[in-house]
Design a protein around this ligand. Structure first.
Ligand SMILES: *Cc1c(COP(=O)(O)O)cnc(C)c1O
Length: 475
């Protein structure tokens, strides 16, 4: 989200333009119920509008937003079935924090945590503590805070002190939320760079970055950059070896924003979750492959030992005394209800079918993109249903930014961006296949891409090195 500044300076003919904006179909001039000129857009209007007029103004302006189903940049759910929408509408007045007023909503949240504990193989599901959040970003903040506080408690004899600074180890491919966490909570971000054809964390390199001030290591199940799973089990093994050598006991947090809801259904034999004793906490975005409309994430800790009690707050002024761990206070309950609905609706088999379908589409689309001959795949969509590709070495007439720009003409949003250190030389396109991106849509995308290629090949040289696009993909 951009940070917004104040209004643009008013233009001289602003009033005239606003008067022109009104025609009799759009609004009547009835002074009691209508409007004679369009309301100001950057200052609070003086008087109310009838609801149908206000609705039309807002509705019409939003026509210019993109078509979410053609947005292949985002991981976030853009389609739910109507029943989920009805249920969410019924819950739009429920405040998640108000657990005494809405005990059933609170209970559904609790059940979701229990289901996730099972899904992620918590050895003692009863011991698990967890909560819903607004998304993975908040969940990661909470997990990071828990790691930092646990480290601080273990190091109470030397922290805080001027020359002691906690650090968190991660791959350079982390989602921006981890950089936010480090900046907001004054933790040094120690990042393992990309190297050659390795586009995510290397377990050995991560272990080497650890010292007595390391609060934890983040492993990502599903790198945002290319959809690859990080080797969490190898990471834990490298940290086991480190502990044997040095005595340092460094916990792992798994950022399963996407993969936390993919791997349990499609890669059951892959061990990345609470089966690994070193994994202290896991997050996921309910609104990504959890298949719920945006605003829900989940954070789970293996046991209460992993989540220091002093971070948990109890407030009694809404009635009751439910412990909470959250950055927000008030928050909508509808998304949590929708998550429970989706769990109930799909079950394991249903989730497996939906995710397998997305992965099949990703795999087949990746193959067909590669077959065009102009592109080289970095990933094949066989982990997250996501793949990244770049132009082949002998393609010099255009670059990935040109492809992204030209696809946009057909309404497709396929982001192009440069990779982080040490692969800043590499620019890629990324396609996120999610529920609602059907085989038909995949065919249409490929048709469009194929149709563009002859024109792109005739360019004298790449036309758009769009640096803004390169930095604004972070979804
Ligand atoms: C999307 C994502 C996040 C942030 O999640 P939100 O739910 O959008 O806040 C964090 N980590 C990874 C790996 C992601 O893909």
């Amino acid at each position: 989200m951009p940070l917004h500044h104040g209004p643009h300076p008013p233009q001289d003919d602003d009033r005239k333009r606003r008067r022109l904006a009104v025609n009799p179909f759009y609004a009547t001039a009835d002074p009691l119920g209508g409007m004679t000129e369009a309301p100001p857009t950057h200052q609070l209007p003086d008087s109310p509008l009838p609801p149908e007029t206000a609705y039309r103004l807002v509705h019409d302006e939003l026509m210019l937003d993109g078509n979410a189903r053609l947005n292949l940049a985002t991981f976030v759910t853009t389609w739910m079935e109507p029943q989920a929408g009805v249920l969410m509408g019924e819950c739009r007045d429920k405040n998640m924090i108000d657990k005494d007023e809405y005990p059933r909503t609170a209970e559904l949240e609790r059940r979701c945590v229990a289901m996730l504990a099972g899904l992620w193989h918590a050895p003692d599901p009863q011991a698990v503590v967890g909560c819903s959040t607004t998304g993975s970003s908040e969940a990661c903040m909470l997990a990071g805070m828990a790691m930092k506080r646990r480290w601080a408690l273990r190091n109470a004899d030397r922290y805080p002190a001027k020359d002691v600074r906690p650090n968190l180890v991660m791959g350079v491919n982390v989602q921006v939320c981890w950089e936010k966490f480090c900046t907001f909570w004054e933790v040094e971000a120690r990042q393992v760079p990309m190297e050659g054809e390795r586009f995510h964390l290397d377990p050995q390199a991560a272990a080497e970055l650890c010292d007595e001030n390391t609060i934890g290591v983040v492993g990502i199940m599903g790198s945002t950059f290319d959809g690859s799973y990080e080797p969490v089990a190898d990471l834990c093994a490298a940290l086991d070896a480190l502990q044997e050598r040095t005595g340092l006991d460094v916990p792992v947090h798994v950022d399963g924003a996407s993969g936390g809801m993919v791997a349990p259904f499609l890669d059951e034999d892959l061990v990345w979750d609470f089966r690994l004793p070193r994994v202290a906490s896991i997050n996921t975005s309910g609104h990504k492959y959890g298949l719920v409309y945006p605003g829900v994430g989940w954070a789970l800790w293996r046991d209460s030992e992993a989540l220091p009690e002093e971070l948990v707050f109890r407030v009694n002024y809404l009635g009751g005394d439910m412990p909470t761990f959250a950055l927000n206070f008030s928050r909508p309950g509808a998304q949590v209800v929708a998550q429970y609905y989706t769990f109930l609706r799909l079950g394991r088999e249903g989730y497996r079918a939906v995710q397998q379908n997305a992965r099949d589409i990703a795999g087949s689309l990746a193959e067909r993109v590669a077959a065009l001959g102009d592109f080289r795949l970095l990933t094949r969509g066989d982990q997250l249903p996501v793949f990244a590709f770049t132009t082949a070495d002998d393609v010099t007439a255009y670059d990935v930014f040109d492809v992204s720009r030209r696809l946009r003409e057909g309404g497709w949003l396929v982001p192009a961006y440069t990779f982080p250190p040490h692969r800043e030389d590499l620019s890629v396109l990324r396609v996120v296949c999610r529920n609602g991106f059907s085989t038909d849509l995949a065919d249409l995308l490929l048709d469009d891409l194929e149709r563009l290629l002859p024109e792109l090949r005739r360019q004298p040289h790449p036309l758009t090195r769009d640096k803004d696009a390169a930095t604004s993909f972070h979804h």
